[in-house]
Design a protein around this ligand. Structure first.
Ligand code: ADP
Length: 488
């Protein structure tokens, strides 16, 4: 019976809590108070001291209950206390005056008890709720991280793993436990990007060490069975509001399949362009000898037709070598043979040569001071040709194309200006990307595959130069590229 009542009163009994502190906490102060009451009345012979004892004893009890069991626990304790105190007053049989003053004290104390119980209980419930919300939120976040299709590793500021999802375990091929040291215990060992990697070289370890690692870098990892996997890894620090690092996170993606597909594609382009080049070269040789033959017999019409065929063969040859260049750039196999030469002479020769093919479009050289560079002559010729043919291709016939060279400190800057269709601002950066074309391929008005500017940019970059464009839609464009000039 006693237990049933207490269980009913005990606000946490429904949670199946087998904690008897509630019962003890109720009984102990009551017993102690009774003893004190007897001591105050019978031994000290001073009934008023009990009020003081009650305050001293009951207030901590109410605080304890309110804090442990919330508003309900606090208020119940306060009420029990008030009833108990009232019982003492009634049982003491004091004179009416004294009783009135004691009832006043009880009412005042009772209100204070209830107020304390309510405030502390409310505080306790608020704290509990926010803790519960926080832990719910944390659980939700953990579930999200766990189910992400990307590998995630989280460490504390010391680099010890605090969380890792199953995708990370799958990619890294090891169990991720709390407390592992990022890099040393978590990442693959062996040869990475062709060299032996130190555990501290992994992006996550670098972030922990306070460095800024490259983002999205691709790591090729060769395991002991010579199997290659490609991982794309980024890592970043997480700071608190005061700017102090509290965690580091790494995002790991297995891109082996995409990489293999890319390699197959590159191999295909490489092979296809080689296959294309061989018959074209022989065709050109046969055409040349045929032309000589016909020339001897003075067949004008046949010569004209042959010239047309030659033009098309040249175009095919250019396409094939562009394809080959793109493929070599992709696989890092484009090599340069640099020499010292006069850039101004190259510009003059190139313009002269191109003027022969674009007769209806004047190409002028505005400034061309003598200037020496150390570069791959053929590749620079290729960039120049590409910019001038683009200028001609993307502007109406008759409009002038202007080429200019100037020295700016230790740089040679070449510009090619046209008054053609121009390029919108948002597309000016993209045109240097591989296979990017401004015009929609379905409504194509200009021939081309979007390889020229990409190749040009890569050539210029590999010469430690820059390439850029200034352009306004429908007004024209000026393409610039710079190269390091040799000293005067
Ligand atoms: P494409 O073979 O298509 O010419 P490029 O790489 O040389 O390839 O050029 C990429 C794109 O940049 C072109 O498709 C074109 O839309 C734009 N472009 C290049 N040069 C010019 C120019 N002088 N004027 C206007 N647009 C240009």
């Amino acid at each position: 019976m006693y237990r049933r009542i207490l269980n009913h009163l005990n606000p946490i009994s429904h949670l199946g809590d087998k904690d008897y502190s509630f019962h003890l906490a109720l009984l102990i102060p009551l017993i102690t108070a009774t003893i004190l009451e007897v001591v105050a009345n019978e031994i000290l012979n001073n009934p008023y001291s009990v009020g003081i004892f009650a305050i001293i004893l009951f207030i901590p009890q109410i605080i304890y209950f309110a804090f442990r069991f919330g508003i309900r626990g606090g208020v119940i304790t306060a009420l029990i206390t008030i009833f108990y105190y009232s019982y003492i007053v009634i049982s003491r049989n004091a004179p009416p005056d004294e009783q009135t003053s004691q009832w006043r004290t009880i009412s005042a104390l009772g209100l204070i008890y209830l107020a304390i119980a309510y405030v502390i209980g409310w505080l306790k419930e608020t704290i509990d709720n926010s803790l519960e919300n926080e832990s719910n939120e944390r659980r939700r976040l953990q579930a999200i991280v766990e189910q992400l299709p990307t590998g995630i590793l989280v460490t504390n500021e010391k680099g010890e793993v605090v969380q890792g999802n199953s995708q990370a375990e799958k990619i890294l091929g090891r169990k991720i436990r709390k407390g592992l040291i990022a890099g040393r215990d978590t990442h693959p060992t062996g040869r990475v990007n062709g060299r032996t990697i130190k555990p501290t070289d992994w992006p996550l370890a670098q972030v922990v060490a306070g460095k800024k690692p490259p983002q999205g870098k691709i790591y090729s990892i060769i395991n002991e069975n010579d199997k290659v996997t490609y991982l794309q890894i980024s890592a970043t620090e997480i700071k608190n509001t005061k700017g102090k690092m509290i965690a580091a996170v790494s995002i790991i993606n297995d891109i082996t399949e995409q990489k293999e597909m890319e390699t197959r594609k590159d191999d295909f382009i490489n092979m296809a362009s080689h296959e294309l080049k061989t018959p074209i070269t022989s065709m050109k040789l046969y055409l040349e000898s045929l032309r000589k033959n016909i020339e001897r017999n003075r067949n004008e019409r046949a010569i004209q037709v042959l010239d047309k065929v030659k033009q098309q063969t040249d175009r095919l040859q250019e396409l094939a070598s562009d394809l080959l260049d793109v493929s070599r750039l992709q696989t890092g196999k484009l090599s340069f043979s640099k020499e010292k030469f006069r850039l101004d002479t190259l510009i003059e020769d190139t313009v002269k040569e191109l003027q022969d093919t674009t007769k209806d479009q004047p190409i002028t050289i505005e400034k061309n001071p003598p200037l020496l560079v150390f570069a791959d002559k053929f590749r620079i010729y290729q960039v120049l040709t590409n910019l001038i043919t683009n200028a001609s291709k993307y502007s109406p016939a008759g409009e002038n194309i202007a080429v200019s060279l100037k020295r700016e400190k230790d740089k040679a800057i070449i510009s090619v200006r046209d008054f053609g269709i121009g390029i919108r601002k948002d597309q000016q950066k993209k045109i240097f990307d591989r296979l990017y074309q401004v015009t929609d391929p379905t409504e194509k008005t200009f021939p081309g595959l979007g390889m020229g500017l990409y190749i040009s940019k890569q050539i210029v970059i590999r010469h430690k130069g820059k390439i850029w464009v200034e352009s306004e839609k429908d007004k024209g464009s000026t393409f610039y590229f710079s190269l390091p000039a040799t000293k005067r």
